[in-house]
Design a protein around this ligand. Structure first.
Ligand SMILES: *Cc1c(COP(=O)(O)O)cnc(C)c1O
Length: 384
């Protein structure tokens, strides 16, 4: 019986402390309330604190009327769902990035599961960093490409794989994140660009989900910071994190945009995001370049936390606002997270399969709303 085996599997998850359930959270600005306990949220992806900015929402609502407030697109963009707001946002993105074109998707998950299957075939080799996000893994699985995962950020292994394989395939696509979700470290995009430029059939795919809004002087991500925006063939990012909205984008050449519109199943076979959501994204993006002070503050408190963790003997690979405290056993990570929660900090454990076995951790996901004083209080609570 299938139900028996499902129950059995759930029991195993519980025994291994890898069981997941939905927390009944109440949100109150920077804080969450869980089971009556009020805590500072250290686990949100609202990196710039914009999701909590009531005045930003007030200003936006002033631009809305019942006629322009459209909560649904009622259709795929290829049918009747192509409101002018989408093209306006895509033009805005292309201009911000100084790129040929942009295309919007319903989420980062849609983007990553749709782009790779669309642009690859059986003559494609995908070389993906060992730690790329689950959505990229799923995109690779849905594609007919062959795939090899290279060791995390290992440029020399990647170089060897490219030189061994570039003659055997019509094209190679290198797939990486810029800032990695779980370690908070970053890829050397310049090195990847140099590598791909030395071959005529190598393309580069970069997921900036955690960097868009946060890195670069204009907040465009690590590609801006490392000055290589136009050298990346598939530059992808999301609006659900620092941008305090929902959706995702690719910045790319015009011909790739056209091809995706024709081939990408997660673009074609889904109802487009509500126009009001697109308008909100456009509104937030207009403010993005002026938020450098938030980016600076976020990096400062992140470095402070990382330095303290390292000082207390934790290995911390982070160079960003995602600061993992790697503990090891899932059970210990859970206990330490619960202890921090009792003291008023909503920190969450991350366990396998999200991270490799034996590297369970507390993942601090900092936002620009958090004060330096609060970081000091947190540091004082962490065991050395
Ligand atoms: C969050 C995330 C996604 C998914 O984006 P959504 O818009 O939440 O679907 C994709 N890639 C990475 C690296 C992410 O962290």
């Amino acid at each position: 019986m299938i139900l028996d085996s499902i129950n059995q599997e759930l029991l195993v998850l519980k025994e291994k402390k890898n069981y997941r359930s939905l927390p009944t959270l109440i949100h109150d600005g920077r804080e969450v309330i869980l089971n009556g306990q009020r805590m500072l949220n250290l686990s949100s992806n609202d990196y710039l604190g914009l999701a909590n900015d009531v005045s930003l929402r007030e200003e936006f609502l002033k631009t809305m009327t019942p006629e322009t407030f459209l909560p649904t697109s009622s259709s795929s963009r290829l049918l009747t769902g192509n409101f002018s707001d989408y093209q306006a946002l895509e033009q805005q993105l292309a201009t911000m990035f100084g790129a040929e074109s942009a295309l919007i998707f319903n989420s980062g998950y849609h983007a990553n599961t749709g782009i790779l299957p669309a642009v690859s075939n059986a003559q494609t080799l995908i070389l993906a960093d060992k730690l790329v996000h689950a959505s990229l893994i799923d995109g690779i699985r849905l594609s007919s490409a062959k795939c090899i995962r290279y060791r995390h950020n290992d440029a020399s292994q990647l170089q060897r794989l490219v030189s061994e394989n570039h003659n055997l395939y019509a094209q190679i696509i290198i797939v990486t994140e810029s800032i990695f979700s779980m370690d908070g470290d970053k890829a050397d995009l310049c090195a990847l660009v140099r590598l791909k430029k030395s071959y005529s059939n190598v393309l580069l795919y970069v997921d900036e989900a955690h960097a868009f809004g946060v890195r670069g002087e204009k907040g465009l991500g690590c590609a801006e910071e490392q000055d290589c925006i136009n050298d990346i063939d598939f530059l992808v990012g999301t609006f659900g994190k620092a941008i305090a909205s929902a959706g995702a984008y690719i910045v790319c050449r015009q011909v790739i945009r056209e091809y995706l519109i024709n081939k990408m199943r997660t673009f074609i076979f889904t109802t487009a995001l509500p126009p009001v959501n697109i308008q909100w994204t456009a509104w937030v993006l207009q403010h993005l370049s002026a938020l450098q002070y938030k980016r600076t503050h976020l990096l400062r408190i992140s470095e402070k936390l990382k330095t303290a963790l390292t000082g207390k003997g934790y290995h911390c690979p982070s160079v960003s606002h995602i600061v993992p405290m790697i503990i090891g056993a899932s059970e210990d990570a859970i206990l330490q997270a619960e202890e921090l929660q009792r003291k008023g900090f909503y920190a969450l454990p991350v366990r396998p399969p999200t991270v490799p076995e034996g590297t369970s951790r507390i993942r601090f996901s900092l936002t620009a709303d958090i004060t330096e004083h609060e970081i000091d209080q947190l540091i004082a609570l962490i065991n050395g």
